[in-house]
Design a binder for this molecule. Structure first.
Ligand SMILES: [Mn+2]
Length: 337
């Protein structure tokens, strides 16, 4: 971090700033130029509030030269993080297929879909019990009963469950959930992030629909700062001027995050496009770009789905796609060796 001081800074205020920074373990290099004075801050500046320094009378400007996230930063953790979930691993060269309905609608529905996606190669079951819906009049999910149906599907298939936690009060109900999903709308719900950081289950953070990579990684940092290192990132499209698709899938997120962080990267082409026929080409693109897994909505009767039918694949469509994705992953590995 570089602090640019105003002309002729008050010596007492300058000394108090320097002392304050040194007490935080920061080493300070001072450069004096033509009427300008710079402080170069060296050390762990992730806990230094740049806005607080900017607000001082003697300070002209503050520039960060290092990312504000530390635990999530690849510079401090060069090895890829591999998250263990049940018998499966997310990251480390695997392609994890997480599939299932948008919403859990009944025991029969979720068990049937779980069996189908497992047979096709999925290694995790997704399904919403608590649903964040744009309209208060839309189906809000089955809640606790939905979680129970997911547990039954897990007992019958052995597939670990990933499902969304919307509110702190729901956490005690998530005992048998394997991966806690933080949805796009809650990506910056900092109390929720802190709470999942204090428990041990892996957490998958969906990208907020207008979040920058840095904001998204700061959300991961919240969870990791609480002691939970098992964080997974999920790109699900961002909002742009385009209205044809539900969101715009940002495939660049995959190589950029790979460079910035060691955390596994999952792509959700269902919510990114909102159209089932676009799931196949974008899932293929995501695998070619190097993602660690995909989150795909599958419904046995998309036309009558209570949520997100138009973007859901039928089990037979998922079956064909899963086979292609697993083959593509192997092919990508062979050409990258
Ligand atoms: Mn959905």
């Amino acid at each position: 971090m570089i602090v640019v001081l105003k002309h002729n800074p008050n010596p007492e205020q300058l000394q108090s700033l320097i002392t304050w920074l040194q007490e935080k373990g920061i080493i300070i290099h001072t450069s004096i130029g033509e009427g300008n004075m710079l402080l170069g801050l060296v050390g762990d500046t992730s806990k230094i509030d740049a806005d607080l320094i900017s607000a001082l009378d003697i300070v002209e400007d503050v520039k960060r030269v290092q990312e504000p996230y530390k635990n999530a930063n690849r510079k401090f953790h060069p090895e890829d993080t591999v998250v263990k979930v049940g018998n499966t691993q997310i990251g480390g060269g695997n392609l994890t297929l997480m599939a299932g309905p948008c919403s859990v609608e009944s025991e029969e529905q979720v068990v049937a879909i779980a069996k189908a996606v497992k047979a096709s190669g999925a290694t995790m079951l997704r399904g919403g019990a608590f649903k964040p819906r744009t309209s208060p009049y839309s189906f809000q999910g089955l809640g606790e009963v939905g979680l129970r149906y997911l547990e039954i599907a897990k007992e019958e298939t052995g597939l670990p469950i990933v499902t969304e936690l919307m509110d702190l009060s729901q956490l005690p109900l998530f005992k048998n959930v394997d991966v806690i999903q933080i949805g796009a709308r809650n990506m910056q719900n900092f109390d929720l992030l802190k709470a999942v950081g204090r428990q041990e289950k892996p957490v998958m953070i969906k990208r907020g629909m207008s979040a920058t990579y840095e904001e998204w990684l700061m959300s991961a940092e919240y969870v990791m700062a609480g002691g939970n290192e098992n964080v997974i990132l999920c790109e699900r499209g961002v909002r742009t001027f385009e209205t044809y698709t539900r969101n715009t899938l940002d495939l660049a997120a995959i190589p950029v995050l790979r460079k910035l962080t060691h955390l596994p990267i999952i792509v959700d082409p269902s919510h990114a496009t909102g159209k089932s026929w676009l799931v196949d080409p974008l899932a293929m693109g995501a695998v070619a770009t190097g993602c660690d897994g995909l989150l795909i909505e599958v419904h046995n009767d998309p036309a009558h789905a209570l949520c997100d039918g138009p973007q859901s694949l039928k089990p037979e469509q998922f079956d064909a796609l899963a086979k292609k994705l697993l083959r593509l992953k192997e092919f990508v590995k062979t050409i990258e060796e």
